[in-house]
Ligand binder design. Structure first.
Ligand code: GUN
Length: 294
């Protein structure tokens, strides 16, 4: 049995937010301006509504200006694109975020491609993705950037280590793989997906496992080697009648069977989750500073 360290994303997130808040205050004194974030939500997905509300609260806490746009389910693609263009052309707006998923009748790719790359605080645009791939400075996707901050804070070196990423989404799997193979991080990265054969062979030889596959309790203790670092990116709602809301949140990792085998593990909630919003604030501040320099 190994004494594993719980990675406290809430604590790291608070520390980073304090830095963002004080830098924002300094910039406000100097330029009499603060970063402004605009968030668009189409439809009434309850999880998305919760995320958007948390983003607004965090922005205000950091001293930013914030505006949200709650649009109905039957908003057309054209209407949404028009709104994005209005925000693109609004000099006072530094960051634009369109909450995903969008309703089926709207082409997500087309909408994301409309966001000006310098205001793309999610880091999802093809331009920012391309910069990330070639190792240039860019607005990086928030969840993987948050994972890097956690690794830094806990002094978990990735140099020469085997990292197994489970999941190949554009939001987490692909970008975290790109980041960790970059010079400086120097990891040997394997990216798995739901069709990977002998997945356990891959996870067992990994020093660090990043689970971002969107399946509740998918990674179990028998799939990892002693001393592995486990980063759980999952946020899954599972039915739980004993809870007031009728559900509880579980990650992609089976915490109970893993905790005695890992050197470090992120809990869900309170691990990676809080970092995503903090890195969104960081990107908004960065977009603001880049705009000041122009
Ligand atoms: N839906 C789930 N995660 C995200 C995210 O990081 N950004 C946006 N825009 N939508 C999401």
């Amino acid at each position: 049995m190994i004494m594993s360290t719980l990675i406290n994303g809430k604590e790291v997130s608070l520390l980073l937010r304090e830095n963002i808040k004080s830098e924002t205050a300094l910039l406000k004194d100097r330029y009499n301006k603060v970063p402004k974030l605009a968030v668009i939500l189409v439809g009434n997905n309850p999880a998305s509504q919760t995320y958007v509300n948390s983003k607004g609260k965090a922005a205000l806490e950091c001293g930013f200006e914030y505006k949200d746009y709650f649009l109905s389910d039957n908003t057309t693609e054209e209407e949404l694109i028009n709104l994005v263009n209005t925000l693109n052309n609004d000099e006072s707006v530094n960051g634009i975020l369109v909450q995903l998923p969008l309703p089926k009748h709207i082409n997500e790719e087309k909408v994301i491609n409309t966001i000006k790359s310098e205001k793309d605080v999610d880091g999802f645009s093809p331009y920012n993705t391309g910069l990330l791939a070639i190792g240039e400075d860019c607005l990086m996707p928030c969840t993987p950037a948050g994972i890097l901050e956690l690794l830094k804070y806990y002094n978990i070196s990735t140099v020469g280590k085997r990292v197994c990423v489970i999941g190949r989404s554009n939001i987490v799997g692909k970008p975290i793989a790109l980041m960790l193979m970059q010079k400086g991080w120097d990891a040997t990265v394997t990216v798995c997906n739901s069709k990977t054969e002998n997945l356990t062979e891959e996870t067992k030889r990994a020093d660090i496992i990043i689970a971002a596959i969107g399946k509740p309790n998918f990674l179990t203790g028998d799939m990892v080697s002693d001393g592995a670092v486990v980063i759980d990116v999952g946020i899954n709602r599972v039915e739980d009648k004993t809870k007031k809301k009728g559900y509880r949140i579980v990650g992609d990792c089976d915490f109970d069977s893993l905790v005695d085998k890992c050197s470090f593990i992120t809990p869900v909630p309170g691990g990676v989750g809080p970092m995503t919003i903090t890195l969104l604030m960081n990107n908004t501040l960065k977009a603001f500073k880049n705009h000041l320099e122009k």
